[in-house]
Design a protein. Structure first.
Length: 356
């Protein structure tokens, strides 16, 4: 989270020898996100103009906010929104630290092709797989590559999109039950995850495995609300706090700082990813030696941090579009009420359970 004390994010010296002042803006839809950026870029008092924008987690908000920031000539640092098109629009001052939806899809395909067939002792061609997703930028960015990657390789029952909010989910569950789907790949928000599991309970049916893609699947609140029904569910997402390697060691320290500040455990790995991404961009600002946007761009594009040198072990290697190509998600699973990393082996802290 950016609301951690600035010295935790940028070191005791701040950025370019200055301490940080964070200005907060909130938005719940794309229009509000764009307007919030315009207010920050053109405040009534010119001295209050911000030097850069950090956002936003939600892809529709990021698409709007980053466009407004680009038009204002402000560097925009995306920490958590994953839609691929965010960094394919040719914007010069937009940079993203986190993986893309296609990266999430790629890892889910690796798990589908190799991990689950090994756990189930069933060839990929014998699996009945369904793709369920919110029909909006986030869900589309994951489901599209999943569908393309499974065509002709497995028993793909279909790709089922639904309008945001999930009112169609109960009817889709009946179709999945009739088709006897074994693996359900789902990209949806927390409320839609709740609707899905409620609909499965009412239908008296569950697939052998549900594999989510970020969204509501990594939230402790979702797991607590669904209880034992959520045990064994897998999700592709940013690394959770239970992850191996250097990131895991630093994550424990961050979790303690989080508990001290907020009075409870982190609710997901999003705060971990946001902290790591923010520190990468603060390092770039420090290296730029100036708030000139061209110098900031050069500093970000010039970053080359491997897992040993990067904050939280989160590597950085930005392309000309401002996308961090080194950032990768992991596959995690809810086991005993905790979200633990199970794949790839280099990040795993637990052995994957084969079924729900």
């Amino acid at each position: 989270r950016l609301r951690q004390p600035p010295h935790r994010l940028a070191g005791l010296g701040g950025v370019q020898g200055r301490m940080l002042r964070l200005v907060k803006a909130e938005a719940t839809d794309a229009a509000q996100a764009g307007e919030a950026v315009r207010r920050l870029a053109q405040p009534a008092n010119a001295a209050e103009r911000v030097a850069a924008i950090f956002g936003t987690c939600a892809s529709p908000l990021s698409l709007a906010a980053s466009q407004a920031s680009e038009l204002a000539g402000l560097p925009y640092f995306e920490l958590g929104a994953i839609n691929d098109s965010i960094t394919t629009r040719g914007f010069r001052y937009l940079f993203r630290a986190c993986p893309r939806g296609s990266d999430f899809a790629a890892l889910s395909l690796r798990a589908t092709r190799w991990l689950l067939p090994a756990l189930w002792q069933t060839p990929l061609a014998g699996l009945r797989i369904a793709i369920l997703h919110e029909d909006a930028p986030y869900g589309q960015s994951v489901a599209g590559p999943q569908e393309a990657g499974l065509q002709g390789q497995a028993g793909l029952l279909g790709r089922f999109g639904y309008a945001p909010g999930g009112q169609d989910i109960p009817a889709l569950v009946q179709r999945l039950r009739t088709a006897d789907a074994q693996l359900l790949l789902h990209a949806g928000h927390a409320s839609e995850v709740m609707l899905l599991f409620r609909a499965m309970r009412e239908a008296g049916w569950r697939p052998r495995m549900v594999m989510g893609a970020a969204g509501g699947y990594s939230l402790a609140d979702t797991a607590q609300a669904l209880g034992p029904a959520f045990e064994g569910v897998m999700t592709v997402d940013f690394p959770p706090y239970a992850v191996a390697g250097r990131m895991g060691a630093e994550a424990r320290a961050l979790a303690e700082a989080y508990r001290s500040k907020y009075g409870h455990d982190p609710r997901s790995g999003h705060s971990l990813a946001n902290n790591a991404g923010a520190r990468i961009f603060f390092e770039a600002l420090h290296r730029a030696g100036s708030l000139d946007r061209e110098k900031i761009r050069a500093a970000v594009i010039g970053l080359d941090l491997d897992g040993q040198a990067a904050p939280m072990g989160w590597p950085a290697d930005f392309d000309e579009n401002g996308q961090n190509l080194a950032a990768q998600p992991v596959l995690a699973q809810w086991q005993g009420g905790r979200l633990v990393t199970v794949f790839p082996d280099t990040a795993a802290v637990a052995t994957p359970l084969p079924t729900l």
